[in-house]
Design a protein around this ligand. Structure first.
Ligand SMILES: Cc1cc2nc3c(=O)[nH]c(=O)nc-3n(C[C@H](O)[C@H](O)[C@H](O)COP(=O)(O)OP(=O)(O)OC[C@H]3O[C@@H](n4cnc5c(N)ncnc54)[C@H](O)[C@@H]3O)c2cc1C
Length: 289
């Protein structure tokens, strides 16, 4: 199906994009178009105009800053997956980006488009919540605000972004000494989207787990913490037995409505989530040590 007709504007700066948004009520921002164009072709949205962010240099690139890493909103998944800065400071983000779709998807899709679209089956939201990332948002009046990733994802395809706001960057903290993080994914065999995505961040001191953060995506509408799993890991020696026992509590933490479709029912996802949590925890524990 063809998309409804729309005006097209190409912005060369964030300030210009904001002016274009204000001047074109009903307009939408265009990143790589990988989610937006299918939405238009399915006639699920009919924006008056598309404002292309693709030529805005200030929205691109990965750089070390303020003790962490700044990832511009228009940075592609391929750039994130191969970033030496991220590999050194917060490798789980690169690890997740490397598992997105295929090479064509990774070359075109952006971190900004992924988190703004907030598909429950996307990979990056899960790891960004697990590492405590922060979203940098430019408001309509020119002011910038930040929102913690844990507060940014508010529902299925619903975020904290307001009218006229542009996501400009995602900040991820550098993982400290003794902290390891890993992502384990059950990829849909056709699209590669996450049927289940599990992210674990563990801090280990004197052989024991001092702090555990376990987040799952795919199985839930928004990235969801598994507090019983984290509590069972905290204070343990992260042996294979301890990890298996903790991961066994995952299903009990999944209390709300779960995602389900003809490929994987909600009951199936609830049952299998623990296996992916165990894989993520084991990999994170090895890195933390
Ligand atoms: C075949 C296929 C397979 C895929 N597999 C996976 C997968 O395995 N895992 C995964 O996580 N993802 C997957 N994706 C999604 C892909 O990774 C893209 O990140 C995602 O589709 C968003 O696309 P985009 O970056 O091109 O953004 P667009 O489609 O251009 O935009 C998406 C939405 O975000 C808004 N937006 C974009 N940028 C901004 C901004 N800076 N500020 C505010 N709003 C903004 C747009 O207005 C639009 O509403 C897949 C996509 C395809 C087509």
């Amino acid at each position: 199906m063809y998309a409804p007709s729309f005006d097209y504007h190409r912005a060369s700066s964030v300030a210009e994009a904001q002016k274009l948004l204000a001047a074109n009520p009903g307009a939408k921002l265009l990143a790589g178009g990988h989610s937006l164009l299918p939405v238009l072709k399915l006639r699920l949205a009919a924006p008056s105009a598309l404002i292309d962010l693709g030529r805005i240099a200030e929205l691109k690139g990965v750089s070390a800053a303020n003790g962490g890493v700044r990832i511009g909103a228009m940075t592609t998944h391929a750039e994130i997956a191969t970033s030496p800065v991220l590999a050194k400071s917060c490798g789980i983000v690169a690890e997740a980006a490397a598992q997105i779709g295929d090479m064509a998807v990774r070359n075109r899709g952006t971190i900004g488009g992924s988190v703004a679209h907030a598909d429950p089956a996307a990979d990056l939201p899960t790891v960004l919540v697990a590492v405590g990332a922060t979203m940098e948002i430019a408001g309509a009046g020119g002011a910038t605000r930040t929102v913690a990733a844990a507060d940014f994802f508010q529902g299925m395809m619903t975020t904290a972004l307001g009218d006229g706001e542009i996501l400009t960057a995602v900040w991820v903290p550098a993982l400290g000494a003794g902290t390891g993080a890993a992502y384990a994914k059950f990829a849909h065999p056709a699209s590669r989207y996450a049927v289940i995505g599990a992210a674990a961040s563990l801090t280990v001191k004197n052989g024991a787990c001092e702090r555990a953060i376990i987040i799952v995506g795919g199985v839930t509408a928004t990235p969801t913490a598994l507090p019983s799993v984290a509590a069972a890991l905290t204070g343990s020696n992260l042996s294979a037995e301890a990890i298996a026992a903790a991961a066994g509590k995952a299903a009990g933490d999944l209390t709300g409505d779960l995602m389900g479709d003809v490929f994987a029912s909600s009951e199936y996802r609830r049952h299998v989530t623990g296996a992916y949590v165990a894989r993520a925890v084991a990999a994170a524990a090895a890195r933390a040590r």
